[in-house]
Design a protein around this ligand. Sequence first.
Ligand SMILES: *Cc1c(COP(=O)(O)O)cnc(C)c1O
Length: 369
Amino acid sequence: MTPETANPIQTELRSPKTCWSPVVRRLTPYIPGEQPKLDHLVKLNTNENPYGPSPQVLDAIRAELSDALRLYPDPNAERLKQAIADYHGIAPAQVFVGNGSDEILAHVFQALFQHPAPLLFPDITYSFYPVYCGLYGIDFVTVPLAEDFTLRVADYRRPNGGIIFANPNAPTGRLLPLADLEWLLQHNLNSAVVVDEAYIDFGGETAIPLVDRYPNLLVTQTLSKSRSLAGLRVGLAVGHPELVEALERVKNSFNSYPLDRLAIAGAVAAFADRAHFEHTRQAVIASREQLSAALTELGFAVLPSAANFVFARHPRRDAAELAARLRERHIIVRHFRQARIDQFLRITVGAPVHNAALLAALGQILAEG
Ligand SMILES: *Cc1c(COP(=O)(O)O)cnc(C)c1O
């Protein structure tokens, strides 16, 4: 054997993609709503709060800016768990916190949904759920929502390895009454039922009080929407301490410090300032009702929304084209190229001046034909 054949010298550059693991080859990542760098945009595409966070949050973060940043944060964020427990009248052992609720959801999929039976979720819901299934190799079945996009709990009476949905649902904004959730829990005692309450503060009643009666219920929430802190990345989950323990096990096998010192300080202050929370949340709710009425006036069919966005369809105008025409006017809304909803626009409730700009632009576009 010549040295060349024993150990051939490679002459061609190989693509770094040959280093990719099989799971990476199979992934179809989530596509977040865009965050354009342009100024003067009317940005109604990612359900951010039009109002700033509580001034107390900013003060608390500023107070935390010191040489103490050389030290790691509390890996258990105990101050924050206590603040959340006090706010909801539960025990800190029932609380899990993470770097945004997206991170918590990722842990939920790995910790609670990797079972032989398929995970169930609605055909129209948060589009991150199938992405996590891809990441963790979880088998899933989508359950069609009713024609009016309500969730029929009876359709979930089948063997499953878990159930998840958003309530209010995304991107429809429709709310499932707590009585229906209880029926679902009573008929699924052997698998985790996870309710993603990212938008609950804009019009629903939280399921958190049910966790004491249903040990298989986990409720996730975020500070990104109703507490105006999308940039701080803080989410929480509430459930039986043994569900929380499952999440802690995954978290402590992944990243011990998901919440930094600034995030912990800011989030604690956010729960302390109830007045700011109430005031901004009520302002968003009032604007949503005005926006829904004005869109109806323009001929749109608007789904009833319990969230900080509306989901609307014009019977005679193509949604993708409307989104493109709005964009020409520097107004960004979200359009999903997905079966059943590709004629809808999801419009975040903005500040009154932004909602007015949107309505004026839509009025012109519709008049132009
Ligand atoms: C915004 C949103 C989240 C993610 O929230 P973060 O805490 O910002 O990660 C989760 N679920 C739904 C349905 C959302 O709309």
